[in-house]
Design a protein around this ligand. Structure first.
Ligand SMILES: [Mn+2]
Length: 179
């Protein structure tokens, strides 16, 4: 499964840089920072950075790291919640040693050495909960990660819709409500 391939790539990397789309919404920040929190909780020795422009209106939610060009030399790059390459915030996304796409929009612009695109998912944050589930115990969802992913899931779907209308995966939406 693609989820297992992505977990294996994360497990094999010492350094991971995570990108998301320009003009970020809660799912972009939630999936970006939620994935960073998952990796930090699961593999404390790995170096994890998040990049992209800081958003004045969402600075209460997230601040980005200072990522240098040299940082990409040995990095696995993961782009979340971004369908097409022109919208990726920080165009150095192709400078790493390996590129992974994780997204829930239609796959209009396939990119990445590994790509997990699930248009039936309500949010990329929901996909990351699924990634933890398929991580064979290697990935941990701590409180910090749960807070990010909750913000992303609610931001993209609205809680009422998650419960009553648009939930393709009731068990996972139940998890969102518990978070
Ligand atoms: Mn989204």
């Amino acid at each position: 499964m693609i989820q297992e391939d992505i977990v294996a790539a994360i497990a094999a990397a010492d350094h991971i840089i995570i990108h998301r789309h320009q003009r970020p919404d809660p799912d972009a920040f939630g999936s970006q920072c939620g994935l960073a929190a998952i990796i930090k909780a699961s593999f404390p020795d790995k170096r994890v950075q998040v990049t992209g422009a800081d958003s004045p209106s969402l600075s209460w939610l997230a601040t980005m790291d200072e990522v240098t060009d040299a940082d990409y030399k040995d990095a696995l790059v993961i782009v979340v919640d971004t369908a097409d390459t022109p919208r990726i915030d920080d165009d150095r996304f192709d400078q790493g040693t390996q590129l992974i796409k994780i997204d829930h929009h239609p796959n209009d612009d396939p990119y990445g050495d590994l790509a997990w695109v699930a248009p039936d998912a309500s949010s990329t944050s929901e996909l990351l909960v699924d990634l933890v589930t398929h991580g064979d115990g290697q990935l941990k969802l701590d409180n910090d990660a749960a807070r990010w992913l909750y913000a992303g899931i609610v931001g993209d779907t609205r809680a009422v819709h998650v419960q009553q209308h648009h939930c393709a995966h009731p068990a996972r939406c139940g998890l969102a409500v518990r978070l």
